[in-house]
Write a protein that binds this ligand. Structure first.
Ligand code: SF4
Length: 345
């Protein structure tokens, strides 16, 4: 349902407000996404980082309305500022749509696309790469088979697939892992989306192929001006790709700032822990030995609701009587830098 038909203010493309995605299970309620706010501007690359189970992928699935049952959006808004063919934009709340509605199917794969970690989950093994991309194009664009084929070859060219016209007739199993991921990105980009959601798209690849794919994505983003929501557990990839970074822990945003501040001025103890657990380039270059400090403890059981700050059992800066009693709010430290921690109240 469109909220209004007026032009949107500023450059905002997607506003996620107080998003809550829950799974009601016999064992209890899993609050996979528990009150998330994220804003993405046109052409911006926003990185979302955190350990497995922090809710980053489920945030992406909520935007796409692909949350698997019994999960469902329990509360919140996902306001997509959708460009109109005649100019201007209208705002549609994706959280308010039926997950099977034609509205969301028109947006999914067209104006908002997603690339998953494992390309074989996105590609059918029994149809050629070309057939799969042309089908995606014909689903959203009024073009004939020949025109769809040209668009598909162009998309494969844009992701720097070697011999794109020949690759059209290949089945996914005939391609290397890197080529398969290029094909998936080509499929996601064929309709020239305004927003690409990339969920760990290079995690399954070797480092050389990963660097090539990141290079392709950066180039495409600069060329087309699309926004990217880049989900990863890898802070090195965030440094390469993102302008803004959202750090998530147990379904909540715990820190949000620009990429420079995340690396040079992190505030939340969890963000500091993530940074301390990766090697520093200068030490590698200089051959210096460095002790990597893993974050102590484990993410708690998803069924357990902790009193106070969700990070308190693992936090080196834990304050008894404060952190285990009250849940911290997300507070703004300065323009563009927010943190959820009692240390800054
Ligand atoms: Fe650590 Fe307390 Fe801050 Fe939570 S609120 S991150 S436990 S200092």
């Amino acid at each position: 349902m469109a909220l209004n038909g007026e032009s949107s203010s500023g450059d905002v493309l997607l506003e996620i407000r107080n998003l809550k995605t829950y799974f009601e299970l016999d064992e209890g309620t899993v609050r996979a996404v528990n009150g998330v706010d994220i804003e993405i501007k046109r052409g911006q690359v926003v990185g979302v980082v955190g350990e497995s189970g922090c809710g980053k992928s489920m945030t992406a699935m909520s935007i796409m309305r692909l949350v698997p049952p019994p999960g469902q959006i329990a509360e919140g808004e996902i306001r997509f500022h959708r460009p109109q063919s005649g100019g201007g934009t209208d705002i549609i709340d994706l959280a308010d749509l039926d997950a099977n509605s034609s509205d969301i199917r028109n947006i999914r794969g067209n104006q908002i696309s997603m690339v998953f970690q494992e390309p074989m989950t996105a590609l059918s093994p029994v149809r050629t790469v070309g057939k799969q991309i042309t089908e995606a194009v014909r689903l959203h664009q009024k073009v004939n088979n020949l025109e769809a084929r040209e668009i598909a070859i162009d998309a494969l060219q844009r992701v720097k697939m070697p011999n794109p016209a020949q690759r059209m007739d290949d089945y996914p199993f005939q391609l290397s892992g890197g080529m398969r991921q290029r094909a998936v990105i080509a499929m996601a980009l064929a309709c020239r989306p305004q927003l690409l959601i990339a969920d760990e798209p290079t995690t399954a690849l070797d480092v050389t192929t990963e660097a090539q794919i990141l290079d392709v994505m950066r180039g495409l983003q600069e060329e087309s001006g699309m926004a990217i929501l880049y989900i990863t557990h890898n802070l090195g990839v965030v440094a390469e790709m993102a302008e803004e970074v959202v750090v998530m822990y147990l379904g909540k945003v715990v820190e949000h700032t620009d990429v420079e501040s995340i690396f040079y001025n992190p505030k939340h103890p969890y963000t500091k822990g993530l940074l301390n657990s990766i090697p520093r380039l200068e030490n590698i270059v200089q051959g210096k030995k460095e002790k990597l400090n893993a974050i102590e403890g484990m993410i708690p059981s998803p069924y357990k609701r902790l009193q106070g700050c969700a990070f308190h059992p693992r936090c080196p800066e834990f304050m008894e009587g404060v952190c285990d009693q009250r849940e911290p709010e997300l507070i703004q430290l300065e323009e563009g830098h927010s943190v959820r921690c009692h240390l800054y109240e």
